[in-house]
Design a protein around this ligand. Structure first.
Ligand code: C2E
Ligand code: MG
Ligand code: MG
Ligand code: MG
Length: 284
């Protein structure tokens, strides 16, 4: 895809970057329509506890199947953020995630589900109330739905983001700091957030076995986060070697292709049934 193209130094024209192109306007209206017609979908990626081997839950990740190649997920989100579509999109994601949670429960699978939230959502005055209502109408127990927010995303409006996150957390929603170590983080700010989990960015994990500097950073980050009382997740674990290293460093949870790629609900149920450990369920 585009990542490989960038590595080769090839630049493709990206309609989503060019704010006023006719192509981009078409894309925006197609995205709006896809949302209204329920053509977007959520994939699930499991999180695994390194100590017990248990699958502790899933992260929900948006997919636009009709435009998968043209518009990867982070660009869907960028496009939505730039056009105000992020408000209805996130609300769709939340409803869908809560429905998936119920379907997981029916299958006897782990039910905890994490949703990614955009900083724009935290600026919607009625967002915390909306979230609270959704939790109630789906009778979702506290702690079963979690939010992921990136460290940098909140820095645009720290005071308001903090207020919104406190209200959301008070409604029974645990918070994760996503992509930790990928940007400029202010630990003094993060410390004020009602977060219980830190996710170390994929860029520090992917080459852990090859890069001594990354091992130093990740080991120290895990220690520091544990001292501050956070659960630590490593994202982007792609090899057995990396898995072993993270285990030796005391990392709590892992996510990555070595375990499972993000997949649709049905395939996740099949995958769980194939697991050798306690997280195994009977797919039927
Ligand atoms: P993220 O929240 O940091 O999600 C992790 C990304 O890493 C996902 O990309 C996932 O597919 C990918 N990934 C997981 N394991 C591996 C691995 O072992 N190797 C590699 N190379 N990649 C791995 P994805 O699904 O393309 O999503 C990209 C970003 O788009 C997400 O990053 C998140 O910031 C955003 N996003 C996705 N869905 C939503 C959504 O529903 N709402 C919002 N606001 N943002 C979303
Ligand atoms: Mg995430
Ligand atoms: Mg992440
Ligand atoms: Mg990331």
């Amino acid at each position: 895809g585009s990542e490989r193209a960038r590595e080769r130094g090839v630049a493709y024209y990206k309609p989503s970057k060019d704010s006023y192109s006719a192509e981009r306007l078409t894309l925006v209206s197609e995205l709006r329509q896809a949302l209204e017609l329920n053509q977007l979908t959520l994939y699930l990626q499991p999180k695994q506890c390194l100590k017990s081997g248990d699958i502790t839950g899933f992260e929900a990740l948006i997919r636009w199947p009709d435009r998968e190649r043209q518009v990867p997920p982070h660009e869907v989100i960028e496009l939505a953020e730039q056009t105000g579509l992020i408000k209805p999109l996130t609300r769709w994601v939340l409803r869908e995630a809560l429905e998936i949670r119920e379907k997981l429960a029916v299958k006897g699978a782990p039910t905890r589900i994490a949703v990614n939230i955009s900083p724009n959502n935290l600026r919607e005055p009625d967002f915390p109330v909306f979230v609270q209502r959704m939790m109630q109408s789906y009778q979702c127990p506290a702690g079963e739905l979690a939010f992921e927010v990136t460290e940098t995303s909140m820095m645009q409006d720290p005071a308001n983001s903090l207020k919104a996150l406190k209200a959301i957390n008070a409604a029974g929603i645990p918070l994760s700091i996503d992509d930790f170590g990928s940007g400029y983080s202010s630990l003094s700010y993060i410390k004020q957030l009602p977060a219980s989990e830190i996710k170390i960015d994929r860029s520090l994990i992917t080459e852990l076995a090859e890069r001594e500097e990354d091992r130093v950073i990740v080991r120290t980050t895990i220690e520091m986060c544990h001292s501050l009382g956070y659960t630590v997740v490593a994202e982007g674990v792609e090899s057995e070697k990396t898995l072993k290293l993270l285990e030796s460093m005391g990392c709590d949870l892992v996510q990555g292709y070595i375990l499972a790629r993000p997949q649709p609900f049905d395939r996740i149920i099949d995958w769980l049934a194939d697991q050798p450990c306690r997280s195994r369920i009977n797919a039927s």
